[in-house]
Design a protein around this ligand. Structure first.
Ligand SMILES: *Cc1c(COP(=O)(O)O)cnc(C)c1O
Length: 401
């Protein structure tokens, strides 16, 4: 049999998306024009935040988040080890020390208990990550962090459009009271895409204004913010006048990307619904298998609120009598792609060399990594594809002695 390989993740681009980008191309504005402002406004409304600042990727959003929160040299930033590199790298980018607390064994998210028991006095920011789309325990994390004077920045790159329950009420990720800033990614593998792209959202007026300035060279043209550029002979302030008040970056998003973002947002509910359907189908099909455990939920009520970026069961490869590499190859031979997400960040060579981190630091994250294998999950996955994934996993897991 000759199968096409079902990838583990994939973007969905419709004719309407293409038309939206084409229209932006013809409009005369290619960057920092009306589509950026429109996308920011629509996104802020969708996640229930006061401000949204569009940037070129979520790594830039995380970098700006720490800068505007005043986190820098001699500070410590604690995040989950079960994440993409950028959640921790942003700390090093501002001269702070990236550090890690362990995950819990149900949601695979930053564990409040581990955060509290490993707290160090120089910790100035905590960056929980909503692994796979499931919300971390934000109220518990915020209570621990804020009591000790640290800001909370949620890395919501997996959780565009997601919500969670607390005390019988639903709260939107990015729009609840337990984070100071949230960051989202629009990389093609994420829930919705702008090619590359990111968003920083916050209710804090100063954070938003600073992030806007820093995404464009630390420059301002707003007269009420002017400080003056020195010698009185340079006091003329005509329409050209601008000031650089901080060392900023070029982290801007283009109008082309924003046009795509707006068009994708119109499809977001459909994306989320399809992802939830597939997760339900997988859970139902895999629940009986002894060689794997389906992804856990910290709060069962979050099931239909979660954005489900990843579907990552824990496999018992010892029980299966084969390595994960072998299992992955066998799955691929049946036409099913898979991926391993994530290697605990502190095990990376640069982290070990720079900070002296060693294996054993976060045992649950290490155990999770050993057993994790993400299966295909994306909106265009057909029922037929879904059946192939289910049958292939069953086939490989039924060789169980
Ligand atoms: C994708 C991702 C990022 C980085 O996003 P980019 O837009 O690619 O810079 C950060 N954190 C997490 C958890 C991610 O999955």
């Amino acid at each position: 049999m000759n199968h096409h390989l079902i990838p583990y993740g994939k973007q969905s681009i419709s004719d309407a998306d293409i038309a939206a980008v084409t229209e932006a191309l013809r409009s005369g504005w290619l960057t920092t024009g009306p589509k950026v402002a429109e996308f920011e406004q629509a996104f802020a409304e969708r996640v229930g935040a006061k401000h949204a600042v569009a940037v070129c990727n979520a790594t830039a959003a995380l970098h700006l988040a720490l800068l505007v929160a005043g986190v820098g040299a001699n500070d410590r930033v604690v995040t989950s080890p079960n994440t993409f590199l950028a959640s921790a790298n942003c700390a090093a980018m501002v001269g702070a020390i990236p550090d890690f607390a362990d995950i819990d064994s149900v949601s695979y998210n930053l564990c409040p208990g581990s955060l509290e028991s490993n707290w160090k006095a120089d910790t100035k920011a905590v960056i929980p990550v909503h692994y796979g789309g499931q919300s971390a325990d934000m109220p518990a994390i915020a209570e621990i962090a804020r009591k000790r004077g640290a800001v909370v920045i949620e890395d919501a790159c997996h959780a565009v459009g997601g919500s969670f329950m607390h005390d019988g009420q639903a709260y939107k990720i990015g729009g609840h009271p337990w984070a100071d800033i949230a960051t989202f990614s629009f990389h093609p593998v994420k829930t919705m895409t702008t090619g590359e792209g990111g968003m920083l959202v916050t209710d804090n007026d100063d954070y938003a204004a600073d992030a806007r300035r820093l995404r464009s060279h630390g420059m301002t043209r707003e007269p009420d913010r002017f400080a003056g550029i020195g010698d009185p002979s340079f006091s003329e302030r005509g329409p050209w006048y601008y000031e650089m008040q901080d060392l900023g970056f070029n982290y801007r998003m283009t109008d082309l990307q924003s046009a795509l973002g707006l068009s994708q947002m119109a499809r977001l509910e459909g994306f989320l619904q399809r992802r939830r359907e597939i997760v339900d189908a997988y859970n139902h099909a895999f629940d009986s298998l002894h060689a794997l455990s389906i992804p856990g939920l910290r709060n069962p009520d979050d099931k239909d609120l979660t954005s489900w970026h990843l579907y990552t069961p824990q496999f018992d490869f010892a029980k299966l009598g084969k390595s994960r590499t072998q299992f992955m190859h066998e799955l691929a031979a049946l036409g099913v792609g898979s991926q391993v997400l994530y290697i605990p960040v502190y095990l990376q060579p640069w982290y070990r060399q720079t900070y002296g981190y060693q294996a054993g630091k976060c045992p649950l994250a290490e155990q999770f990594y050993r057993n994790a294998l993400s299966l295909p999950l994306y909106p265009e996955l057909t029922d037929q594809d879904c059946t192939r994934v289910v049958e292939s996993v069953h086939k490989l897991c039924s060789t169980l002695s």
